[in-house]
Design a protein around this ligand. Structure first.
Ligand code: GLN
Length: 266
């Protein structure tokens, strides 16, 4: 058996991996700087010698499990969600199979809602979901808008903070035992009551945070890239070379402070 240190160095040295991203419904779910999140993934992959190849997967397209190392689904209003929900539900089995096969997933806001069991909107509409995340969402009277700060621990013993902005009418209730993405330090989170935000299942993460999310939380971009690389290469998630991230750290600090100062509140 290889000595752990050398295996680690080998994993770090791997370059030239093509990371295949399936961008779900970029023509419908795109209002929360979703292209910015993809741009961050592409740039941070390139700086480590990898190539991100992004393929749109929209209404009428076939999603083949195993063809993507990372699935991305962005945010949209109720109207756009209603337009794509039946098609997305039809892709549900493929999405579950992809995630069970170790593909990474990032779902933001409207996409996060629809990767749960469903969304009951303000007009009595019931949108079917995919059931990847163990939650249901019901729209409330007042929108939950404001800066958010979370404490996360995606890897045991590694506490990280996530800063962003939320804007949603939906109240998302996690099933008992479902793993949230983080604990709310400031802001509303999933439902304004539970103290939790987002959901995590293996390499799949869903969240209400946008603003956009990844430029000010580069650790999450790297975590997703590492999971996607693990799927692409069939091994463990590699350690990525650190990047300077000075501007990113400042953006995070400003956003975190805004959340601490006024957070989301009615
Ligand atoms: N329809 C969702 C909600 O308002 C999606 C979020 C959004 O459009 N801002 O809860």
């Amino acid at each position: 058996m290889a000595e752990p240190g050398s295996a680690g160095r080998e994993r770090k040295a791997a370059r030239d991996v093509r990371i295949r991203v399936g961008h779900l419904y970029p023509d419908y779910l795109n209002i929360y700087a979703d292209r910015g999140n993809i741009a961050v993934l592409a740039r941070r992959a390139a700086l480590r010698g990898h190539e991100l190849s992004v393929a749109p997967v929209s209404v009428g397209d076939t999603l083949r499990p195993g063809e993507h190392d990372l699935l991305y689904v962005g945010g949209g209003q109720d109207r756009e969600q209603a337009l794509i929900a039946p098609d997305l539900a039809g892709k549900g089995a493929a999405i579950l199979e992809a995630a069970a096969g170790g593909a990474a997933v990032l779902a933001v806001c409207g996409g996060y809602q629809l990767l749960g069991r469903g969304y009951h909107d303000r007009h009595g509409g019931d949108l079917p979901g995919v059931g990847l995340f163990a939650h249901e969402t019901v729209a409330g009277e007042r929108r939950m808008i404001g800066d958010v700060l979370l404490e996360c621990e995606l890897e045991r013993g590694e506490q990280r903070s996530l800063a962003g902005f939320e804007n949603h009418a939906g109240r998302t209730r996690l099933d008992p035992g479902a793993e949230p993405l983080g604990r709310v330090v400031a802001g509303f989170g999933n439902d304004g009551e539970s103290g939790y935000e987002g959901c995590r299942v293996g390499r799949a993460v869903g969240t209400y945070l946008h603003g956009p999310l990844l430029p000010r939380n580069p650790w999450l971009a790297d975590w997703l890239l590492a999971q996607a690389l693990a799927h692409a290469s069939g091994g463990d998630a590699p350690e990525l070379e650190p990047l300077p991230d000075r501007l990113e750290a400042r953006a995070h600090a400003v956003s975190a402070q805004r959340a601490r100062d006024r957070g989301g509140r009615f």
